[in-house]
Ligand binder design. Structure first.
Ligand SMILES: Nc1ncnc2c1ncn2[C@@H]1O[C@H](COP(=O)(O)OP(=O)(O)OP(=O)(O)O)[C@@H](O)[C@H]1O
Ligand SMILES: [Mg+2]
Length: 565
């Protein structure tokens, strides 16, 4: 049910309660043998008597029915609000994850992992809480409005004074609200710091142990938790202030109103009913204040979540992207300049070179030269800042990203395994692949024999840190995944650096030398003699220093002596 429906139910319960109170006061007056006088109370009583009859028991039964109906409806809308909250939770969690996956890679990298996890996991829950609080506040307000209307009808003098008193109490509440918001910001920051340490404990499990930093990590977490505890305590203490403040404030107001009602000569029955209504209204006001404070303390998580959810997804720079690639022609970098966000200077400066169609291009160069940056541009993780990448006669940024990547596969740096089974990992390359396809790709990547020796074979769970398989085995899995895609462009970025030369030679024989016209970009510091290279590009400090067909004397780094040239 939509929020307006829930609020309507809230209004009905308030009206039922007002009616019940009016009847109870009338009953009291009848018991004391006093007249109720003229006005709203007398009108209500006349209406009720016409339905319930004249007898005392008839009126009492009416009150009971009204209160039961009110309690039933209140229960119903409470259930509806909770259901709505859970539904919303599910939607927000999905949306937050979708934003993480669709976020431009550069933006994702610019954020801390603790911050991302905090926003996508914890803050996402808070939005549903905020929605819940808003609905409750809307109901509180409606109930207060209904009560106020009746009080106003009974005695405008009492209503006016109650309004002034209520406004003063609310003003004090606002000051506490501001403090609650500031505390909320601090608490959120502390949770983020704690998440960062938890992630370090998981991702850095090996490193922390290898350097015997367990105790230091524990101390850091103790400090983070202590900070969180301190700020949470302050936040809760501030929020707790609101309750006694409201309690005392509203009681003082009530006492004041009794005296005031008597002094301005409001009829007794009306004054009684108005005071009874005010008394019943006080919990609503208190709840409203409480909800408002909790809502204020959610400011920081909601702000962070809103910021995540409104992130624009990754898009091709040019809107009119073509969806079909067809045959991938020669790839040409034309004066490409690339400066990743956060880098002090361009990592690629005016880079021009070719990756000929159907050939094996070796991209060589010292560490930090910009080789993986070239891969990142080809994988469309980033877009160049200047120049263009051409694929045949088409600019890469005019080709639909999905269509392009369907024909490209990469293995190597930062592209090894994710949490899941070996089969899950391989099927990232081709979700529809059959078991036979998996086996064939694993065989070509020289991974089949070690997979078959694992007790669970292709169903073996491999952690993202690859605890369960060795470094060289991880590289072979990554290679099998890339081969499974049967790409037109295969990118191997140091993808066999942890594999012994004999196996590497076998892999190159099966992958490079029988490749059905596929284009291969081979990035390596150590050119295996089995690699049949057609074209060589050498990069240094973001600039191309050598390019040409491979010849035995070509100056590349390191020298190609391994080829026996
Ligand atoms: N996202 C980034 N933000 C800032 N600097 C970056 C980013 N990506 C790469 N760089 C910098 O660009 C330079 C080239 O990095 P790149 O990873 O392309 O080198 P590489 O040639 O692949 O080196 P290696 O052989 O060690 O893998 C490095 O100095 C690196 O610090
Ligand atoms: Mg690299």
């Amino acid at each position: 049910m939509a929020a307006p429906g829930i609020v309507a139910l809230g209004i009905v319960t308030a009206a039922l309660e007002v009616l019940a109170i009016a009847i109870i006061v009338t009953l009291l007056f009848a018991l004391m043998g006093q007249p109720v006088g003229e006005g709203v109370i007398a009108d209500i009583l006349a209406a009720v008597r016409s339905i319930a009859g004249e007898s005392w028991t008839g009126l009492a039964a009416t009150v009971l029915v009204l209160v039961a109906a009110k309690a039933g409806i209140a229960q119903l809308y409470t259930l509806l609000i909770i259901r709505k909250k859970n539904k919303l939770n599910a939607r927000i969690m999905t949306a937050a994850h979708a934003r993480l996956v669709d976020m431009p890679y550069a933006d994702l990298r610019a954020r801390g992992q603790g911050e991302l996890l905090n926003t996508a996991a914890s803050d996402a829950w808070q939005l549903a809480n905020a929605h819940y609080l808003l609905t409750r506040m809307a109901i509180n307000l409606c109930m207060i409005a209904i009560f106020s209307i009746f009080i106003f009808a009974l005695s405008w003098e009492i209503a006016l004074m109650a309004l002034c008193g209520g406004a003063a109490i609310s003003l004090a509440g606002q000051l506490i609200g501001r403090a609650a918001r500031d505390h909320g910001i601090r608490v959120r920051r502390d949770i983020e710091a704690l998440y960062t340490r938890l992630l370090a404990a998981i991702h850095g499990a090996r490193l922390v142990r290898a350097f015997a930093q367990e105790e230091a990590e524990k101390r850091r977490v103790t400090r983070a938790v202590e900070q969180l505890r301190k700020h949470t305590l302050q936040a809760e203490a501030t929020r707790a202030l609101a309750s006694p403040l409201n309690e005392i404030g509203y009681l003082a107001l009530l006492i004041g109103l009794i005296g005031f009602g008597a002094s301005v000569g409001v009829p007794q029955a009306a004054a009684f009913t108005a005071i009874a209504l005010l008394y019943r209204m006080a919990p609503q006001l208190r709840e409203l204040e409480g909800n408002r404070l909790t809502f204020a303390s959610l400011y920081a998580p909601l702000h962070a979540l809103a910021e995540l959810l409104t992130q624009p997804p990754q898009r091709s720079r040019l809107a009119a992207a073509k969806s079909a690639v067809g045959r991938i022609g020669t790839i040409r970098f034309d004066s490409v300049t690339f400066q990743p966000p956060g880098a002090a200077e361009p990592v690629l400066a005016n880079v021009s070179f070719e990756i000929p169609q159907g050939g094996v291009t070796a991209l060589l160069g010292p560490s930090g030269a910009g080789k993986t940056s070239i891969v990142n541009l080809l994988l469309r993780l980033y877009e160049p800042d200047g120049g263009a990448i051409w694929v045949g006669a088409e600019r890469l940024d005019r080709i639909d990203r999905g269509a392009w990547l369907a024909d490209v596969a990469a293995a190597g740096q930062d592209l090894d395994v994710i949490e899941g089974t070996i089969a899950d990992n391989l099927r990232l390359g081709a979700p529809e692949a059959t078991d036979n396809d998996l086996r064939a790709a694993a065989r070509d990547a020289r991974a089949l024999s070690f997979i078959e020796r694992l007790p669970d074979g292709f169903n073996t769970w491999v952690g993202s840190f690859g605890y369960n398989i060795s470094g060289g085995q991880r590289q072979r899995l990554a290679l099998a995944r890339a081969l499974l895609r049967k790409p037109q462009l295969l990118i191997l970025d140091e993808s066999t650096s942890a594999i012994e030369s004999a196996i590497e030679a076998e892999i190159f024989s099966s992958v490079l030398n029988t490749r059905d016209g596929r284009t291969v970009l081979l990035i390596t510091h150590r050119l295996n003699r089995a690699a049949r290279v057609d074209h060589v590009v050498r990069l240094e400090r973001g600039e191309v220093v050598t390019e040409g067909a491979w010849t035995p004397g070509l100056h590349v780094f390191p020298p190609l002596e391994e080829r026996g040239a």
